[in-house]
Unconditional design. Structure first.
Length: 259
């Protein structure tokens, strides 16, 4: 678990930006409303032989045409360790690097397996380096899902995949800062899910040691925490065109009655 030593305006700004970055209605989120000043647990990829990591969730609200998803990550690589890395760049004065990620959305399926793949986006994202300060390496990545034109069912399985030195769809074969990149975890269990739900707290989905992407029942990476840990994500969506037309007709009917 990373320790963040004090709450700062920068941390609050990070939370606010995540809430406002996605267009449409939030249909699932367990992003903390207030950041925990003691830090967050996280799920490693390279260190625990993972190619993909995610969860099975239920959406709230009625909007289902997906527009975006935001995932919280935690970087343990420092810029001073990777001064010669080829992907290095700076965004708004923050040192980091670019890396490719794939976000997959599956039918909910049943039991230990997800259903069919509904949609997938591969996008290059900026990954910040750990600063060692108040923010540590915690940051958010938002994926644009609008190009999928995907009307999601009420329940899905999602997975975030990327390549590390020895794992992923196409391992890089060389050490890099991505070996120290983890998926941040909520420590609040069901109470932390403010929109949507998760019927199987304590279970996650992963592709481990070259195996299939499947459920890991009873997943407990940090024994003694006392609450179920869940990957921190937020999905946004807009109503489908048909739903918008229906809403318009209802509005017209109400106006006629008032007249």
């Amino acid at each position: 678990m990373r320790t963040i030593r004090f709450m700062s305006t920068a941390l609050i700004a990070l939370t606010t930006s995540v809430w406002t970055s996605a267009s449409g209605d939030v249909i699932y989120t367990n992003i903390p409303i207030e950041l925990d000043p003691t830090g967050y647990y996280s799920q490693p990829y390279q260190a625990e032989s993972l190619a993909e990591f995610g969860d099975r969730i239920n959406f709230g609200g009625s909007a289902r045409l997906l527009t975006s998803v935001t995932a919280w990550m935690d970087s343990y690589a420092g810029a001073s360790e990777w001064t010669n890395y080829g992907g290095n760049t700076t965004v708004d004065g923050v040192a980091g690097y670019m890396h490719d990620f794939t976000f997959n959305i599956y039918e909910a399926g049943s039991g230990s397996l997800p259903g069919a793949l509904l949609g997938s986006v591969s996008q290059s994202q900026f990954v910040r380096y750990e600063t060692g300060g108040a923010l540590g390496g915690l940051f958010a990545m938002t994926f644009d899902l609008s190009g999928l034109s995907l009307t999601a069912p009420d329940s899905i399985v999602y997975g975030l995949a990327f390549n590390t030195e020895t794992y992923g769809a196409n391992p890089t074969g060389s050490s890099g800062p991505y070996n120290g990149l983890n998926f941040a975890l909520s420590m609040e269990g069901a109470l932390g899910i403010t929109t949507g739900s998760n019927a199987n707290l304590g279970d996650v989905f992963w592709a481990n040691q070259g195996g299939a992407f499947q459920a890991n029942y009873g997943w407990d990476p940090y024994p003694g925490v006392g609450t179920a840990l869940t990957p921190i994500v937020s999905f946004s969506a807009v109503p489908t065109p048909g739903a918008l037309v229906l809403l318009g007709l209802v509005g017209c009917a109400k106006r006629r009655r008032r007249e």
